[in-house]
Design a protein around this ligand. Structure first.
Ligand SMILES: Nc1ncnc2c1ncn2[C@@H]1O[C@H](COP(=O)(O)OP(=O)(O)OP(=O)(O)O)[C@@H](O)[C@H]1O
Length: 225
């Protein structure tokens, strides 16, 4: 069960600065198998900076991050074997079709067709992505979450952005399914997401000089044992 699972990702007293400005300080949380963490905060609060730090793309932090008990940066090669990161910008190549974009990530043709169908992109598989709408491009990016054998750790920056109601529902279902299979998710979103167990972290609570301990949990057990 998720509450008894080991903590895969551990963040200890993390502080991040950009251009001489402290974005957040004293941030600590644990992420266990089967659990999700939602990062919330105003525009410019540092959500993307935090995610980029967690994926090892930003080394200018203080504090400690551990993956399976091993500290960054030593842990990064193993982390990347287990990580699926979808950033704020969709990471979709406009000059390729949806099928070609998924093939670039190693998907078989059958798996890519299936994932695109689940995201209601049937009939658009061979259309250049630069001819698709913003929401459709977002769906192409998110189709990676619907491929078989997706990695266990998902780090998603604004995954619900640009999606319509049906798209949000579809993605929420897939995120819940991932948790039920023992996967873990860290994501940013400005809107409520119906996941359990979910730890919500408000970056405003960690503004430099205004540090509080821990986040708020909705459902499940507090993994800050
Ligand atoms: N590489 C960088 N160099 C300098 N400043 C940066 C860099 N990346 C981000 N910043 C600054 O850090 C601050 C936080 O940016 P970030 O993108 O992390 O915020 P965010 O919470 O994700 O915002 P939004 O909700 O608007 O996406 C911003 O003021 C931004 O200008």
């Amino acid at each position: 069960m998720p509450s008894n699972s080991p903590h895969l990702l551990q963040v200890r007293d993390l502080s991040c600065e950009r251009d001489g400005r402290d974005l957040f300080a004293g941030l600590s949380f644990d992420l266990a198998s089967g659990c999700a963490v939602q990062i919330e905060g105003a525009n410019g609060a540092g959500k993307t900076s935090l995610l980029r730090t967690l994926i090892g793309s930003a080394a200018d932090f203080s504090g400690e991050i551990l993956w399976n008990g091993e500290s960054y940066p030593k842990a990064l090669p193993k982390l990347r074997e287990s990580l699926l990161y979808i950033g704020h910008r969709a990471g979709v190549r406009g000059g390729l079709t949806p099928l070609e974009n998924l093939a670039w990530y190693g998907a078989s043709r059958d798996a890519a067709y299936r994932a695109l169908e689940l995201l209601d992109l049937y009939g658009f598989e061979d259309t250049l992505c630069q001819q698709l709408s913003a929401g459709q491009n977002r769906r192409v990016a998110l189709a990676r979450l619907f491929l078989p054998e997706a990695p266990p750790l998902w780090i998603l920056d604004e995954p619900l952005a640009a999606l319509d109601v049906a798209g949000v529902s579809c993605l929420q279902g897939q995120m819940a399914c991932h948790l039920s299979r023992g996967g873990s998710i860290v994501f940013t979103s400005h809107q409520p997401v119906g996941l359990t167990p979910l730890q919500s972290i408000q970056l405003a609570d960690y503004a430099a000089g205004d540090t509080v301990a821990g986040g708020v949990f909705v459902g499940g057990e507090d993994v800050h044992a």
